[in-house]
Design a protein around this ligand. Structure first.
Ligand SMILES: [Mn+2]
Length: 352
């Protein structure tokens, strides 16, 4: 028994030592020919050397660590759907995004970004949510993000329904003051009360405005569409000073010119990026809670995120992936790629 205990302790010691040296990549997964400048940063396990389908599924096959300490950016899951008004299932979003993210490779061929050569990135697991109490969950999220942000790390969040952006932005604004917001969505999510409740996935940005978390002149909502509760469903957004870009303004065209205007609107102040997967057309992303026809294409989604390069991004989320409504996994795969693209536009990223 004693010797068993002793070997367990030794094994733990070896594990801790290798954890402390996490910056030193596994040579099998990080050949110098593919990762110039390697050695200082976490590098995902490469499918060139380790089978893609093997291992514990972390986001992008990055190492997992418990806290954000020492990280420049962290992927973090918030697995809830208790704020959902229609189809549930987004609680499974982080898990399926991680699974599908095994297909991601370390470089961005489109933009030539090399995110793992200039930033320390890891998957720090999920917020310990309360599936039976949404208000308590919001408190838990806010507390978790306070800790993450206190380390100087930029969180890249995997939702979870859109309710989560509210407590995340509470923590962000507590540190940074009111922030700009690039909000990509089929819906404005500015409702006041739903079934008598203030906290739900259709209300986060109303709560954010009420609490002064947003710099309202530096808010843009892109891709809004669908039937509404009044003829001008976005009147409240415009009245706050938000720029509203309805989907009709996006159809059949590149969004690169729009994003040049958005960059000018955002200026150099802190900006949060919130991307609801239902902004994409349900033909591309059917696995979501409140789908609306005639949405954005995946390439427009990439243009929006790539158009955020140069902004002072202080946090990003990708929400509302609901795996039960897309058994192909393609919605989660889209989500994983959009999250990788978000990583690729963070301020310290190196480009070739
Ligand atoms: Mn939303």
């Amino acid at each position: 028994m004693l010797s068993l205990g002793r070997s367990w302790i030794l094994a733990r010691a070896v594990t801790s030592r290798s954890s402390a040296n996490r910056a030193r990549p596994d040579p099998r997964s990080n050949p110098s020919r593919t990762c110039a400048g390697s050695g200082r940063f976490n590098v995902p396990t490469s499918a060139e050397f380790v089978a893609r389908v093997s291992g514990i599924p972390t986001m992008a096959k990055l190492p997992h660590q418990e806290t954000a300490d020492g990280l420049d950016a962290a992927f973090v899951g918030v697995p809830i759907d208790t704020g959902t008004s229609n189809r549930p299932g987004a609680r499974f979003g982080p898990r399926q995004i991680r699974g599908e993210s095994a297909l991601l490779r370390p470089y961005n061929s489109g933009t030539r970004a090399a995110p793992y050569e200039s930033m320390m990135v890891a998957d720090i697991g999920d917020v310990n949510v309360n599936l039976y109490d949404l208000k308590d969950t919001c408190k838990r999220i806010r507390a978790a993000y306070r800790k993450i942000l206190a380390t100087g790390c930029i969180p890249l969040t995997m939702g979870g329904d859109h309710t989560i952006s509210y407590p995340i932005l509470q923590a962000v604004a507590e540190k940074r003051g009111p922030v700009g917001l690039v909000h990509v969505d089929a819906h404005a999510d500015t409702g006041d009360v739903t079934l008598g409740e203030k906290i739900a996935h259709g209300t986060p940005f109303r709560r954010c405005v009420e609490e002064g978390l947003l710099d309202c002149k530096r808010v843009v909502q892109i891709g809004l569409r669908g039937t509404g509760y009044s003829a001008d469903a976005y009147e409240w957004s415009r009245a706050q000073g938000f720029r509203v870009v309805q989907v009709e303004e996006c159809w059949f065209k590149s969004l690169a010119p729009l994003m040049a205007e958005v960059r000018a609107q955002m200026g150099s102040g802190p900006v949060y990026l919130s991307f609801d997967i239902d902004a994409l057309d349900p033909g591309f992303a059917p696995g979501t809670g409140t789908p609306e026809i005639a949405g954005l294409t995946p390439s427009q989604g990439l243009e929006i995120i790539r158009g955020c390069r140069g902004l002072n991004l202080v946090g990003c989320d990708l929400v509302e992936v609901s795996p039960p409504y897309d058994t192909t996994g393609n919605t989660a795969l889209a989500g994983a790629n959009l999250l990788f693209e978000m990583l690729c536009v963070l301020p310290k990223i190196k480009y070739y």
